[in-house]
Design a protein. Structure first.
Length: 312
């Protein structure tokens, strides 16, 4: 994949975000409406895109890439979790500590990763992107939640419920069933799913742009821990994932898509988890906003580095 093509597609995503940003500034959308659209995106539109992506002929090579890609992503998460535990061990502010650790590890695979994978690689891109989404959900609803609610680690049932009943995980399981059995949905259902899934990219970007419109970042919000987390999420961990993916022998479209998912900016769920923990959301909002804006540059940079590493 050419860097120019990648940069152009990311620029297009940011133009769609700007529409959402302008909608916010013109007061065309209210908080309740934004929440409703987000819910529709996460529970209906996103899962339909996943299901249609799995409607491919079964092949051993595809199944193997799904398996080995999942293992590679697990290794990447474990490395990131261990590194953040060490790098932020001396942060005394509990609220800041859990935000920077979470934001460093978890990328925005849903709102930015899936739309980018879809626009760059079509349904094949989404097919491989769901690997990252599945592993994200497993770690997010176990380790991620535990950062903000340590007592959650004692409630295994709650963790399993969050993972299994997540709409995206349900869609992945249903999609896998279609892929492994070769069952075809009636064409009329396929067409309906296609129409709904096509709304994923523009609606995702408009929602992200709308959230950026609520940002009010100033110098007082930026400190060394915020900067460290930003560098880890946008550059260091994606670069580490290059070596992990290559180490597992992953190449081609699967490599590009999984690297893209790793290079995405900070996950927006960190803001929600901070709210639920009754903490100050300013650091989480600042990190999410800055990481998203800088990803316009850092995602192509990560792929440029990947190209160099591959040709070493």
């Amino acid at each position: 994949m050419s860097i120019n093509g990648l940069t152009g597609q990311i620029t297009l995503m940011f133009l769609l975000m700007m529409i959402g940003f302008c909608i916010n500034k013109l007061d065309f959308i209210h908080a309740v409406t934004a929440d409703d659209l987000t819910r529709i995106l996460l529970t209906i539109i996103g899962p339909t895109l996943i299901i249609t992506a799995f409607e491919k002929p079964f092949s051993v090579s595809r199944a193997w890439l799904l398996l080995i890609g999942g293992i590679a992503m697990i290794v990447t998460y474990i490395i990131a979790i261990l590194m953040t535990k060490y790098l932020f061990r001396n942060v005394h502010n509990i609220n800041l500590k859990r935000i920077v650790k979470y934001s460093s590890v978890y990328s925005n695979v849903g709102f930015l990763g899936i739309p980018l994978a879809s626009s760059l690689f079509g349904s094949t891109g989404v097919f491989f992107a769901v690997i990252a989404m599945a592993i994200f959900n497993i770690f997010n609803w176990s380790h991620g939640v535990a950062l903000f609610r340590p007592d959650t680690s004692k409630n295994v049932g709650e963790i399993i419920r969050h993972i299994l009943f997540n709409p995206n995980i349900i869609a992945i399981m249903f999609g896998l069933l279609l892929f492994l059995t070769g069952i075809k949905l009636p064409s009329i259902f396929d067409q309906a799913l296609g129409y709904v899934g096509n709304a994923n990219t523009p609606l995702s970007m408009i929602i992200v742009g709308n959230s950026l419109g609520n940002l009010n970042i100033n110098r007082q919000m930026i400190n060394i821990q915020i900067v460290k987390s930003l560098v880890l999420r946008n550059l260091i961990f994606p670069i580490i994932s290059i070596w992990v993916l290559l180490g597992f022998g992953i190449s081609g479209t699967a490599f590009s898509v999984l690297l893209l998912m790793s290079a995405c900016p900070v996950a927006s769920l960190g803001v929600l988890f901070t709210l639920q923990a009754k903490g100050n959301t300013d650091p989480a909002v600042t990190l999410m906003g800055l990481s998203t804006v800088f990803s316009l540059v850092t995602i192509p940079l990560v792929f440029e580095i990947a190209g160099i590493v591959i040709h070493l």
